[in-house]
Design a protein around this ligand. Structure first.
Ligand SMILES: *[C@@H]1O[C@H](CO)[C@@H](O)[C@H](O)[C@H]1NC(C)=O
Ligand SMILES: *[C@@H]1O[C@H](CO)[C@@H](O)[C@H](O)[C@H]1NC(C)=O
Ligand SMILES: *[C@@H]1O[C@H](CO)[C@@H](O)[C@H](O)[C@H]1NC(C)=O
Ligand SMILES: *[C@@H]1O[C@H](CO)[C@@H](O)[C@H](O)[C@H]1NC(C)=O
Ligand SMILES: *[C@@H]1O[C@H](CO)[C@@H](O)[C@H](O)[C@H]1NC(C)=O
Ligand SMILES: *[C@@H]1O[C@H](CO)[C@@H](O)[C@H](O)[C@H]1NC(C)=O
Ligand SMILES: *[C@@H]1O[C@H](CO)[C@@H](O)[C@H](O)[C@H]1NC(C)=O
Ligand SMILES: *[C@@H]1O[C@H](CO)[C@@H](O)[C@H](O)[C@H]1NC(C)=O
Ligand SMILES: *[C@@H]1O[C@H](CO)[C@@H](O)[C@H](O)[C@H]1NC(C)=O
Ligand SMILES: *[C@@H]1O[C@H](CO)[C@@H](O)[C@H](O)[C@H]1NC(C)=O
Ligand SMILES: *[C@@H]1O[C@H](CO)[C@@H](O)[C@H](O)[C@H]1NC(C)=O
Ligand SMILES: *[C@@H]1O[C@H](CO)[C@@H](O)[C@H](O)[C@H]1NC(C)=O
Length: 628
């Protein structure tokens, strides 16, 4: 362990000094942090993080598994409600995926399952009109918490002569039948970059997509939104393949080709925000075998995301928020022994903090009933009963961090690029509130290995104050049960929490020069909150500054839901205007390859496209996304 000249560190408004870590930390190493207490002195402070930031995507073909059919599923609404209670707004949900492009609306389809169309007319390996959905779909979605912000996926693949009637019927059904959640936008088509040779003829690209996207947005605006006084800025262009293999789907290219057309009905554009998809790893696409060790080396996340980080900055430079609507540790359905372990919970917490630091406005971790990467399994699958997974505890931790700032949370990364060690600060009302310390060095049995790192904090402004320590922990990195966060555990039957954060919290005091030390064991994360135990204060939400925030509800719940969703997208225009504008970098990658993938088991076909990015600079990291 090296020593550092402490006096020189104290001169800096913000400094991070750390040791070079070996992959595995056996002894107790020390990390010195001297973060700014004022957000404006913190390098690369993020925009305000929407309280609904840490969300999920639900694959439409699996909706009834999550909500229940004739009998309500209690686990899904319970777990979502916890997160809404913690942050002030329930998590953003994308209802979309491959199967959104296989479903057509039928007013009189009243079963709690999808109708099978025996007389399809549409193209596609799974035809674009393969299934019917009807009113029970929205009846079941109404079981989700009041004010849940929903981005609803419309079918773009359907291309029959009556497409306008079809798409407006679906949009109208969503807006009028969803009483409890609030539709905040539509995604038109899932991953159209891979429609070529499937729903559309070979050669279908961004230019063709933009024309179809605008025509659908215009039809829904004139046929549905304008009657409801909803702005036309309600649609999220799918930028899923905005990368090397499909440059015409890059944000910059789509802007050049006219995606930002002005609606002649509203004089506004149709764009609600950018809709990107990306997985950390994708089975049969990534050219290596994912291990828990690899996932837990957090540098791999930043390497895999390097290309997308540039796209975020480009997207923001045009004045629209950037949403990562489909993500997971592993696609299409996670990996057993990796995605469902406590190690993945540490990965998830780090990813939320990292993604928020890039000014992404929401994350949707993709869920199917059979996905090991979903934060919970909603029903019995292969004889295994419904249960909460370790990664849910990372959602809970992040939601409490946001709620602790009453809708004013911003994040700064204090320490990156250190393999398994990360530190971040959360600022509320522009003042440092919480320090998050992650030690993802892998230990499978923490009862026999108590090694870790010590964080040595030097914050003179906080002299003599107390830090309250909330811990995200489990018996080991490969454990799938026994996770706790902040002293809390969650019921597998209804998601209710038990435990006591106050009595389980540790504490650490700053001395009278402003130094405090905190030990973080390997395979653990600790949040040090200044002045009180995280999650013990009442939570409110502020008013939104975002002009694109809407609440389409027309019933009595409107006022209440509007209040709860008002802080959804708090990205202020000044922050957006200040975002760094990076130029697209088509030289950043290598070749694209496309490979067929069989059914994921949920009745739809997935195809996968991978971009193997700059192998020299990124090592084994990949840029990849799912197509279908
Ligand atoms: C802040 O962001 C810039 C540009 O992305 C980067 O070069 C710099 O290293 C970042 N600083 C810190 C302290 O993270
Ligand atoms: C199938 O669809 C075609 C075209 O819409 C229609 O002419 C035909 O009658 C349909 N067949 C059945 C069995 O519904
Ligand atoms: C839409 O707005 C107009 C003008 O403000 C108002 O007269 C009308 O009642 C509103 N319609 C609905 C459905 O809210
Ligand atoms: C996008 O369109 C809107 C509405 O027409 C316009 O105000 C805005 O300047 C356009 N943005 C860009 C980056 O062209
Ligand atoms: C609005 O634009 C569409 C095409 O984008 C066009 O068909 C329509 O005629 C226009 N309406 C008006 C009133 O200009
Ligand atoms: C759109 O702009 C035109 C030209 O400035 C104006 O005549 C029209 O009234 C505006 N329409 C709306 C809905 O604001
Ligand atoms: C935010 O901070 C300012 C000054 O730093 C203070 O005046 C204001 O009351 C604070 N607001 C809240 C909600 O804490
Ligand atoms: C966790 O890892 C340990 C040591 O590698 C192994 O003995 C144990 O069986 C693993 N547990 C699970 C649930 O995989
Ligand atoms: C931890 O457990 C995982 C899964 O059981 C296994 O792949 C890994 O090799 C183990 N690592 C160590 C260091 O025990
Ligand atoms: C958040 O708002 C609630 C309700 O207004 C208030 O009781 C609580 O003290 C606030 N929390 C913070 C950290 O300011
Ligand atoms: C939120 O907006 C409402 C209505 O515009 C206003 O009455 C209220 O004071 C605002 N609250 C805050 C905290 O700004
Ligand atoms: C990956 O490929 C193997 C071998 O072809 C196949 O058995 C498996 O189903 C594929 N998995 C996925 C998720 O595509």
């Amino acid at each position: 362990m090296a020593t550092l000249n402490f006096a020189s560190l104290a001169q800096l408004p913000f400094s991070v000094v750390s040791l070079a870590f070996a992959t595995m930390v056996h002894a107790q190493s020390t990390i010195y942090l001297s973060p700014a207490t004022n957000a404006y002195s913190a390098p690369n402070i993020s925009q305000i993080i929407p309280p609904s930031f840490a969300g999920m995507g639900i694959e439409p073909s699996n909706l009834y598994a999550f909500t229940g059919g004739p009998h309500k599923n209690l686990l899904t609404p319970g777990l979502l409600q916890n997160l809404g209670d913690y942050s002030g707004v329930p998590p953003q949900l994308r209802i979309g995926g491959n199967s959104q492009d296989n479903m057509v609306w039928e007013d009189d389809w009243n079963e709690y399952y999808f109708g099978q169309n025996t007389n399809t007319t549409q193209a596609g390996q799974t035809p674009a009109d393969a299934f019917f959905f009807g009113p029970t779909y929205f009846e079941c979605l109404n079981r989700l918490p009041l004010g849940s912000p929903i981005v609803f996926g419309l079918n773009l693949a359907y291309n029959g002569a009556d497409w306008a009637t079809r798409v407006t019927a679906s949009a109208r059904a969503a807006l009028t039948m969803l009483k409890n959640p609030a539709v905040i936008g539509f995604e038109i088509g899932n991953e159209p970059d891979i429609y070529t040779g499937n729903y559309r003829e070979v050669g279908y690209g961004g230019v063709q997509f933009i024309a179809e996207w605008i025509s659908r947005a215009e039809a829904v605006t004139s046929g549905v939104l304008s009657d409801m006084n909803i702005t036309s800025m309600f649609f999220e262009p799918s930028t899923t393949a905005s990368t090397i293999g499909k440059p015409t789907f890059e944000i910059a290219s789509m802007m050049t080709e006219g995606i930002n057309v002005t609606s002649n009905i509203t004089n506004s554009s149709y764009i609600h925000g950018w809709n990107q998809h990306d997985y950390f790893y994708f089975v049969n696409v990534s050219h290596y075998d994912l291990t828990l060790e690899w996932l837990m080396d957090l540098d791999n996340t930043e390497a895999q995301f390097a290309y997308w980080a540039k796209q975020v900055a480009i997207g923001l430079s045009y004045g629209y928020p950037y949403y990562l609507r489909e993500m997971a540790s592993a696609g299409p359905v996670g990996l057993q022994g990796i995605s469902d372990t406590f190690g993945a919970a540490l990965w998830t917490l780090n990813f939320f903090l990292y993604a928020a630091s890039l000014n992404i406005s929401a994350i949707g971790i993709h869920m199917t009933a059979n996905s090991y990467a979903a934060p919970w399994q909603p029903n019995t699958v292969n004889g295994v009963e419904q249960h909460v997974r370790p990664s849910y505890y990372a959602f809970a931790a992040f939601a409490q961090l946001l709620g602790n700032c009453n809708g004013t949370a911003r994040v700064a990364e204090f320490l990156g690029n250190q393999s398994n060690i990360r530190a971040y600060g959360i600022y509320g009302n522009d003042t440092l509130r919480s320090i998050i310390m992650i030690n993802s060095n892998l230990v499978n049995d923490t009862s026999s290995n108590s090694s870790g790192v010590t964080f040595d904090l030097n914050i003179p402004e906080l002299k003599n104050q107390v830090l309250y320590l909330s811990t995200l922990t489990a018996g080991g990195a490969n454990f799938t049960t026994g996770t706790t966060w902040n002293g809390l555990t969650y019921s597998d039957s209804d998601g209710s929490s038990s435990g006591d954060s106050v009595s389980s919290a540790g504490n650490a005091s700053f001395d009278d020069s402003g130094r405090a030390t905190i030990a973080v064991r390997n395979t653990q994360a600790i949040v040090a909150n200044i002045g009180w135990v995280l999650g013990t204060n009442a939570v409110s939400t502020p008013n939104s500054t975002d002009p694109t925030m809407h609440n389409a509800k027309s019933d009595a719940a409107k006022a209440s839901a509007a209040a709860r969703t008002s802080a959804l997208i708090a990205a202020s225009s000044s922050l957006l205007a200040g975002a760094t504008s990076l130029s697209a970098d088509p030289s950043a990658g290598g070749s694209a390859k496309k490979s067929g993938a069989p059914s994921t088991g949920s009745g739809h076909v997935g195809i996968v496209l991978a971009i193997v990015a700059g192998a020299a600079s990124l090592g084994a990291a990949h840029i990849l996304w799912r197509i279908g």
